[in-house]
Design a protein around this ligand. Sequence first.
Ligand SMILES: CSC[C@H]1O[C@H](OP(=O)(O)O)[C@H](O)[C@@H]1O
Length: 367
Amino acid sequence: MKIDGVLYRTIWPSDDGASVVIVDQTRLPHRFETVTLGTLEEAAHAIRVMQVRGAPLIGVTAAYGLALALVRDASDAALAQAIELLAGQRPTAINLRWALEEMRSVLQPQPPGDRACRAFAKAAEMADEDVETCRRIGGHGLKLIEEIAKTKPAGEPVNILTHCNAGWLACVDWGTATSPIYHAHDAGIPVHVWVDETRPRNQGAALTAFELGAHGVPHTLIVDNAGGHLMQHGKVDLCIVGTDRVAANGDVANKIGTYLKALAAHDTGVPFYVALPYSTIDWTLSSGRDIPIEERGADEVLVMQGRTADGTVAEVEIAAPGSPAANPAFDVTPARLVTGLITERGIALASREGLAALYPERRESAA
Ligand SMILES: CSC[C@H]1O[C@H](OP(=O)(O)O)[C@H](O)[C@@H]1O
């Protein structure tokens, strides 16, 4: 995506061929900064502290992290240890494990001396594939927006609510939930996005609003608890969110608060779609019951980062001193509350049959 006229991805290999550059998302929206990762540990840390975040991007970063590890030690033991270190950084997004197993299947058969070079090449392929996959998700999601636009008075925008950041900052480019929005905007269809701020890490306020503003997409930031009210008052035509893991029956794990949005959408008759690439489907899980939910630190709830009037980026405590805090980072929305799944292959019903229709090669192996 373009930032001030410059085309960016969220991650790219350095010119030296032995390190990788990321956009440091913990600095956004107030500072657009890049960081160079030179070691396995730096890649693992970047995932853990959310310098990079978003299911597809976590996977691609881990792929590059594996390449960085193999520059130092390309033995079987080092390969296995690096995979487990990276896989352990965040438990919910299946893309992390998916990317690492894809890399393992390519690298294990290689002679150790060839592994690092092959790993960088495979990671770059994975990044390119993510861009194309997300572009396709946009093309399929665009049809939904076009259909709604036909029902609106000329010039009135299609009002879309999204939660957290499933934008190009959560992927390598385009995004998943935002890709249909970018496609519609670029096609001249009037859209307006209600952006959930998404406590506690405020990915909506800090990342989605930043992205949409940079691309000129009209949007309004709202507190997480306003969505249901807006839906009750006919101000939301469509919800599109991302996901970190979809079970074989269509249950969806996504940022905490997604389930509540889905309940409100169900109650008010607002279509609720989830956008995802194939790498986010966990075929081994028969339902969302067993999707691991990441518990993050209490500080993310108790302390908030912002910018003061003089431009200083600061952190402030927002709760009563000494109050404990709980911080489940994801929740699971049952398939019955999901209108459809927007994938790179098309739009599926959120069900075993719906997914099997789009991915027939998985019909027999799905849990
Ligand atoms: C396209 S995946 C985006 C997905 O990832 C986010 O979680 P996090 O920011 O903690 O990595 C959120 O669940 C988004 O929907």
